[in-house]
Design a protein around this ligand. Structure first.
Ligand SMILES: Cc1cc2nc3c(=O)[nH]c(=O)nc-3n(C[C@H](O)[C@H](O)[C@H](O)COP(=O)(O)OP(=O)(O)OC[C@H]3O[C@@H](n4cnc5c(N)ncnc54)[C@H](O)[C@@H]3O)c2cc1C
Length: 223
C-alpha cells in the first residue's frame, strides 16, 4: 500500500539517502499523541509505549512537500492495519530520515537481496547504483507482488514456498550466488533469514564484513 504523507511539517525534511529509514508514530485509540523521550525510550503520558515502526522514505518531493512510503499489508500489526484503513487527512508523525546506504566506490558488481519490505529500498538503490553488473533477488509471497524494477538488471523473483520460513529463498540465493572479491552485497528482510545470510557470507565464505550490508527489517513472531 502506497501511503503519501503531506503537510507543512515536512518543510525542510532532508532528502533521504537510498535505503534510508524513517520512523512512523501511529495514532492510538486517543488519536496521535506525541511521546516524550525519558533518556531510554519514548513513552506516552500514561507510561505505555507508542506504536513506532520503521519504513523506507521511498520518494520525497521537497516542493509539495510529500513523502511516499510503501507499506506491506501482512494482515496484523499496528502499521499494516493503519495503512490498510488510513484515509486522506488522517494524522501520523514521522521522524528521520536515518542514514542510508553509502555506495562503495570500490565495487565491481552488486548483489541485492530482499523481501517485500525491502522492495522500496531496492528500487532506490537501483536508482543510484553506478553502471556495473547488478543481480537482484526478491522474495515475494504471491506472484502478483512482482513489479517493474525500472532498470536492466539480472533479476530473480522467488515466490516463497508454502510452509518455508520467510527469507528462505533469499538464503538459498545467497548460497548459490557467485561472489567476487569486489562484489558488494546489500540484503534486507526477515531477521532470522538475514542472520543465516550473514553466517553464510562471513563465516562459511569468509567474506570481509565490509563486503556486505545485511539488515533485519522485521522479526517473525515465535509461537
Ligand atoms: C530500515 C528499515 C526499513 C524498512 N522499510 C520498510 C518498507 O519500506 N516497507 C515495509 O512494509 N516495511 C519496511 N520495514 C519493515 C517494517 O518495519 C516491519 O515489517 C514492521 O514490523 C511492520 O510493523 P507492523 O506494525 O505492521 O507489524 P508489527 O506490529 O511489527 O508485527 C506484528 C506481527 O506481524 C509480523 N510481521 C511484521 N512485518 C511483517 C511482514 N512484512 N510480513 C509478514 N509478517 C510481518 C510480525 O512478525 C508480528 O508477528 C523496514 C524496516 C527497517 C528496519
Amino acid at each position: 500500500m502506497r501511503v503519501t504523507l503531506g503537510g507543512p511539517a515536512l518543510d525542510g525534511f532532508p532528502t533521504p539517502e537510498p535505503a534510508a529509514s524513517v520512523r512512523l508514530l501511529l495514532p492510538g485509540p486517543d488519536g496521535l499523541v506525541v511521546p516524550t523521550w525519558n533518556g531510554n525510550e519514548f513513552l506516552l503520558p500514561d507510561g505505555t509505549r507508542p506504536a513506532i515502526r520503521t519504513f523506507t522514505p521511498r520518494r520525497f518531493d521537497p516542493d509539495a512537500p510529500s513523502l511516499e512510503l510503501d507499506i506491506v499489508l501482512h494482515g496484523s500489526g499496528a502499521a499494516s492495519t493503519w495503512a490498510e484503513h488510513a484515509t486522506p487527512g488522517d494524522e501520523v508523525a514521522v521522524s528521520g530520515p536515518g542514514r542510508g546506504y553509502r555506495i562503495p566506490s570500490d565495487a565491481g558488481s552488486f548483489l541485492l537481496l530482499g523481501d517485500e519490505t525491502a522492495i522500496p529500498a531496492i528500487c532506490q538503490l537501483l536508482d543510484h547504483l553506478p553502471d556495473l553488473p547488478i543481480t537482484v533477488h526478491v522474495e515475494i509471497a504471491v506472484p502478483e507482488a512482482r513489479l517493474d524494477l525500472h532498470r536492466e538488471v539480472d533479476e530473480h523473483w522467488h515466490v516463497l514456498t508454502e510452509g518455508a520460513p520467510p527469507g528462505d529463498s533469499l538464503v538459498a540465493a545467497a548460497m548459490e550466488a557467485p561472489v567476487d572479491g569486489d562484489t558488494r552485497i546489500w540484503a534486507a528482510g526477515e531477521a532470522a533469514a538475514m542472520q543465516r545470510i550473514r553466517k553464510h557470507l562471513f563465516a562459511d565464505r569468509g567474506l570481509p564484513r565490509s563486503a556486505a550490508t545485511i539488515r533485519g527489517y522485521w522479526k517473525r513472531a515465535v509461537h
